[in-house]
Design a binder for this molecule. Structure first.
Ligand SMILES: [Zn+2]
Length: 94
């Protein structure tokens, strides 16, 4: 049976972190997790609210991850697909 593995967090400037959880039957390799698609991962907002990020389409080029706890909305280009892409995106902004 698959269980949830906590795979670290991604800092978001002034807005805490995105906690990344991935469902897998075995202890997942960090490299594989980075290639995991955002849509197949569970993302929680810490440390403020522990809400879960929901993905919504915004335009043809952008989507949003919206926290269902506090309403924080992160606008992301459509090309940000994997956890690795997400880390890179926020590493540039921090
Ligand atoms: Zn939140």
């Amino acid at each position: 049976m698959a269980r949830m593995w906590r795979m670290g967090n991604i800092p978001v400037k002034d807005e805490g972190v995105i906690n990344v959880l991935v469902e897998s039957p075995i202890d997942p390799n960090e490299h594989l997790v980075e290639l995991n698609e955002i849509v197949k991962s569970t993302l929680y907002h810490d440390p403020f609210c522990q809400g879960r990020f929901i993905r919504n389409k915004l335009t043809d080029d952008f989507y949003a991850l919206t926290c269902n706890g506090c309403g924080l909305r992160l606008k992301l280009p459509k090309k940000v697909v994997t956890i690795k892409d997400l880390k890179r995106h926020f590493a540039k902004k921090n």
